[in-house]
Write a protein that binds this ligand. Structure first.
Ligand code: HEC
Length: 143
């Protein structure tokens, strides 16, 4: 049992480390620049972090419905669904929120400029590893 727990801890540590080192330098071959990620960090902290977490990591149990039948905010850091959705769909959700598909996220169309919307997306995408990013880029017609 102890060995099993130790194994799990090591795996968690290894995957945690590789994700974070990759994340910090992830602008090569991507649609965004480092400056956009930096600007996006501020946009994200001010508008999105309360629900999605400062590193876009919330909520771990995003697949479990809440008492009212809606879902909690999903992680946007590459561990959930966001990478299934091409750029246009991500922009649509940020602008219009989740109402169109029965969700609760508010729309930011009147709060954020087009540029800030893209910066917020750049920020959470810089947490995606290359496999996930490249898959998404193909779906978005960028590669
Ligand atoms: C009040 C809480 C709240 C805030 C603030 C919020 N979101 Fe959300 N977000 C949600 C919820 C809840 C969902 C799941 C869909 C739904 O219920 O509308 C979601 C879904 C999403 C999705 C779709 C995820 C997917 O799998 O494709 C994206 C993208 C997203 N949010 C980005 C953002 C960005 C960027 C911001 C800030 C500009 C933001 N959200 C602010 C609660 C929030």
């Amino acid at each position: 049992m102890k060995i099993l727990l130790f194994g799990i801890a090591v795996i968690a540590l290894l995957t945690g480390c590789s994700n974070s080192t990759k994340a910090s330098s992830n602008v090569k071959d991507r649609w965004y620049t480092k400056a956009q990620v930096k600007a996006g960090e501020q946009v994200f902290k001010n508008n999105c972090a309360a629900c999605h977490g400062t590193k876009a990591q919330s909520t771990p149990n995003w697949r479990t419905k809440l008492a009212d039948g809606s879902y909690p905010p999903p992680p946007l850091n590459g561990t959930a669904h966001a990478w299934h959705h091409p750029m246009k769909a991500l922009e649509y959700t940020v602008k219009n929120g989740g109402k169109a598909f029965g969700g609760k996220m508010p729309g930011f169309g009147n709060v954020l400029s087009q540029q800030q919307t893209k910066e917020a997306i750049a920020y959470f995408q810089h947490f995606w590893n290359d496999d996930i990013y490249n898959d998404w880029a193909k779906r978005s017609g960028l590669k």
